[in-house]
Ligand binder design. Structure first.
Ligand SMILES: Nc1nc2c(c(=O)[nH]1)N[C@H]1C(S)=C(S)[C@@H](COP(=O)(O)OP(=O)(O)OC[C@H]3O[C@@H](n4cnc5c(=O)[nH]c(N)nc54)[C@H](O)[C@@H]3O)O[C@H]1N2
Ligand SMILES: Nc1nc2c(c(=O)[nH]1)N[C@H]1C(S)=C(S)[C@@H](COP(=O)(O)OP(=O)(O)OC[C@H]3O[C@@H](n4cnc5c(=O)[nH]c(N)nc54)[C@H](O)[C@@H]3O)O[C@H]1N2
Ligand SMILES: [Mo]
Length: 772
């Protein structure tokens, strides 16, 4: 039997704290994943569902974007503990019905935790809330027909003075087919206002890679990881967020690779991995992964990579032709001389201060870098969510370029994506700054002139709503209010809208922060069968390494009223644009092969899409730098860049806070209240601080603090009542969970160029708690 949703909100601010662990996965992870799944869906459904995850003919895991091995190499259970939790969260047998909304006014729901909201189960019917703008609302969501719901959206959109007064947000679970239709709809309407979760995630990677190598995506495949001699994992916690990556790292290790981890926190998964697919991993000690752990200070990575690059140049000067790949640099790159001159002139600078590392540690890593003939650098949010993230990632690229480590086996850049189809959504045109070539092809295919003005990203959408310039907010998935920075500012911005619409599978915080009118439109998830007029459909997704493959749900839909995401967009488009539109929306809804045919003509690399999507292994998208050392930049070369070295300045007595994920959450979806590998149980309001820093601020382990962030304009923000945990993080640094800490991230604190919220560098002070 499946377990019931909790009746009340559990107490979340009195966690128990034990010792952090030093190994990830193992038998405990298997037991945990089965337990989580069975509570949501019972024993039989658990077995039937989990066996279809990431198998040919099954569905793509809705967890992370880590790729699957080729069909011949997959295990019977090609998922991980956290993938199982993601599946269980969607395949749950719990339901939110109209009776639920009749019991709970919006104001009541707003008082609940995100955890409680998510535990209520799957949304089953479209519902509408109508209230006064800004009133917060003690009204209720009430059932509404799909036709009326689309009619309301059409009314509000058609009443706008300009299509740019609407924004269309996307979260990265949306399939290629739905994403393509969604961006097409926005552009038919006349706007590029397509903010997406990527703006808060890997936008810095996309910006840096597009500028330097001409393609905003990673350049490695799984095979490259297996062949690498050195893998640097910087700013990433794969044990929790990409657990299947640990199998790849283990395999690379066994083939002789060495691993350097760069992180302010010692993360258990990178220390040691007990592979649940092998008897030795389940029962034995597992494999030690990290050879060298560099406990960097938050934001010190640019200085660190710059120093390694300086040392590479110095070594090259001492022994010409042995360190820098001269042939590659001459044939394929631009800007080497300027870069080398700037780096030499800068000298070691303040690298020890910026990184908090000892000289010997930097030197030891350098020896490994120099010895490696094929290096892969992997990274995630630890590199992307800082003010200077874009130059940081460009510095990583500089290192690989010096060594000729792009476009050869065993080497390359590996930004590890988050959401399972966030990369595919961008490929399908979900982008507020679309390239002209994409718009040209789209316009030619559908016979219209797409808008050319750049649209709004996430942060600029919030500003525009706050300032009354955007009046309709539409979200294809996600949890905008909880995921965005400066929670109170974002909430006030949403409340100013005339209409807010969420296409969702589960209830979340964003549904409780309404515009004058608000709609929740429930949809099918990945795990469910999708039958349209043209028969049973499948969708496609693109993983972090540019492999596109099919995903086919197997479970019956969670409710009879649910529509698929492509159907929602197609019907919305007909309601808003009227019946005579040049786009064949009805045919697209009936048969997704028709959507893929259009994509195959609009997006390069998707030729023969329908046939290739049906191959069990799917197909790999072309990537010039990886495939042929062709760099589609303006100059046709890869670019060295020499930005000044930056690192966060932290005034005395302050800490630099990073906001990160626990082991029991998927972004804003909280599965449970534990963070097993970090030794935290039964609560999320914790702040991890180095014992010496905590002592200096007068906070014993187990005491309670308010976190107060300080922004450059003099403003402060407060998150009250966090249990202080003495934890072995880097000196001067602190860590606490997102989304509870998003109130602390100022809206204007973003990365240069990418405009990604700087969620990993928030200057805070600890104050004795005003509440506990
Ligand atoms: N189970 C599960 N899986 C997920 C997600 C989830 O929430 N749950 N989220 C998905 C999404 S959308 C994403 S984007 C990814 C996120 O995957 P991660 O990026 O691994 O997620 P975070 O928890 O934000 O962890 C950031 C890591 O970077 C480190 N770090 C912080 N600041 C710095 C720094 O300045 N320098 C360095 N070198 N390291 C730093 C932190 O200590 C931490 O280990 O995971 C995806 N997969
Ligand atoms: N402070 C801080 N803030 C952050 C981050 C951080 O590290 N620190 N990380 C950022 C990152 S990397 C990201 S990617 C964003 C994430 O931002 P979002 O993608 O907006 O947030 P999620 O929590 O992933 O969205 C969860 C919701 O998606 C809906 N959903 C789930 N599956 C489906 C589906 O198949 N279809 C539809 N239509 N809806 C579905 C459910 O209703 C669920 O409640 O948050 C960002 N915010
Ligand atoms: Mo993400």
């Amino acid at each position: 039997m499946a377990g019931k949703a909790p009746a009340g909100d559990p107490v979340q601010d009195a966690p128990e704290v034990g010792a952090p662990q030093h190994a990830a996965a193992g038998a405990k992870a298997v037991a945990k994943s089965l337990r989580a799944a069975q509570q949501q869906m019972g024993v039989r459904r658990t077995a039937l569902t989990l066996l279809r995850v990431n198998q040919a003919g099954g569905f793509d895991c809705p967890g992370c974007a880590w790729p699957e091995p080729g069909p011949g190499e997959r295990h019977l259970a090609e998922f991980c503990e956290n993938g199982a939790k993601a599946v269980a969260e969607e395949a749950t047998l719990r339901r939110v019905t109209p009776a639920f909304f009749a019991r709970h006014p919006v104001s009541g729901l707003a008082g609940r935790s995100g955890y409680w909201l998510g535990q209520q189960g799957r949304l089953t019917e479209p519902v509408l809330y109508e209230g006064e703008p800004g009133a917060g609302g003690d009204g209720h969501y009430r059932p509404v027909s799909w036709e009326r719901a689309f009619g309301i959206v059409a009314e509000e959109i058609n009443a706008l003075a300009s299509p740019d007064e609407a924004v269309f947000y996307t979260s990265g679970r949306t399939s290629n087919e739905a994403a393509f239709l969604y961006q097409l709809f926005a552009r038919r309407l006349g706007t590029n206002n397509l903010p997406d979760c990527s703006n808060m995630c890997h936008e810095s990677s996309g910006s840096a890679l597009t500028e330097t190598i001409g393609v905003g995506k990673g350049s490695v495949s799984l095979e490259d990881l297996y062949k690498a001699e050195l893998i640097i994992v910087a700013g990433q916690n794969p044990g929790t967020n990409h657990p299947r990556m640990l199998s790849a790292l283990e395999r690379a290790k066994k083939a002789g690779a060495r691993i350097i981890t760069v992180n302010p926190l010692p993360e258990a998964g990178l220390e040691r991995f007990r592979n649940p697919q092998t008897a030795r991993g389940l029962l034995g000690g597992g494999t030690a992964l990290t050879d060298l752990f560099l406990q960097v200070r938050i934001g010190g990575d640019q200085a660190l990579f710059r120093e390694w690059n300086r040392m590479l140049l110095e070594a090259e000067d001492a022994a010409p032709g042995t360190v820098v790949d001269r042939a590659f640099v001459e044939e394929h790159t631009a800007g080497f001389e300027e870069f080398a001159a700037a780096v030499r002139a800068g000298g070691p600078g303040r690298v020890l201060e910026a990184t908090g590392l000892r000289r010997e540690e930097i030197d030891a890593a350098f020896d490994m870098i120099r010895a490696s003939r094929a290096t892969v650098v992997c990274w995630a949010m630890g590199l992307t969510q800082h003010k200077h993230s874009v130059p940081t990632i460009r510095e990583v690229v500089n290192m690989l370029l010096l060594r000729g480590d792009i476009g050869r086996p065993g080497a390359g850049v590996c930004p590890v994506r988050g959401h399972s189809n966030v990369q595919g959504d961008r490929t399908m045109g979900i982008f507020e700054r679309p390239p002209a070539a994409f718009l040209d092809a789209l316009g030619a295919e559908f016979g219209f002139e797409p808008p050319r003005r750049h649209g709004l990203d996430v942060v600029n959408s919030i500003r525009a709503m706050r300032d009354g310039k955007v009046k309709v907010f539409f979200a294809m998935g996600g949890n905008f209010v909880a995921a965005s920075p400066d929670t109170h500012v974002t909430e006030a911005a949403m409340r100013r809208c005339r209409l807010t619409v969420h296409v969702s599978t589960k209830l979340n915080r964003s549904h409780t922060v309404t515009g004058a009118r608000a709609l929740i439109l429930p949809v099918l998830g990945r795990t469910e069968r999708d039958v349209q007029a043209g028969g049973e459909q499948f969708v496609t997704v693109e993983d972090s390494m540019g492999m596109v493959h099919a995903s086919r749900g197997t479970l019956p839909p969670a409710g009879e009223a649910l529509l698929s995401e492509p159907a929602v967009v197609a019907r919305l488009a007909r309601a808003v644009l009227g019946p005579g539109d040049t786009v064949p929306w009805e045919e697209f809804e009936a048969d997704y092969d028709r959507v893929r045919e259009a994509v195959s003509r609009v997006v390069p690399g998707f030729e023969d899409y329908n046939a290739r999507a049906r191959r069990p292994e799917g197909f790999r998208l072309p990537h010039g730098p990886r495939d042929s050392r062709t760099f589609p930049t303006a100059s046709g070369r890869a670019h060295f860049t020499a930005a000044p070295v930056e690192y966060p300045e932290v005034p005395a007595g302050r800490l630099l806070l990073q906001t990160l994920r626990s082991h029991d959450q998927y972004n804003t979806t909280v599965y449970g209240l534990d963070d097993r590998y970090r030794g935290i149980t039964g609560g999320r309001r914790v702040v991890l601080v180095h014992p010496d820093d905590a002592a200096a601020a007068g906070f014993a382990d187990g005491s309670y603090a308010d976190l107060v962030s300080e922004w450059t304009d003099g403003s402060t923000r407060r998150a009250p009542g966090f249990r202080v945990v003495h934890y072995p993080t880097a000196r001067g640094c602190a860590a606490a969970y997102y989304p509870e800490t998003n109130v602390l991230v100022p809206l204007d604190s973003t990365a240069d160029t990418s405009n990604t919220p700087a969620s990993k560098s928030v200057v805070i002070r600890l104050e004795a708690a005003t509440t506990t």
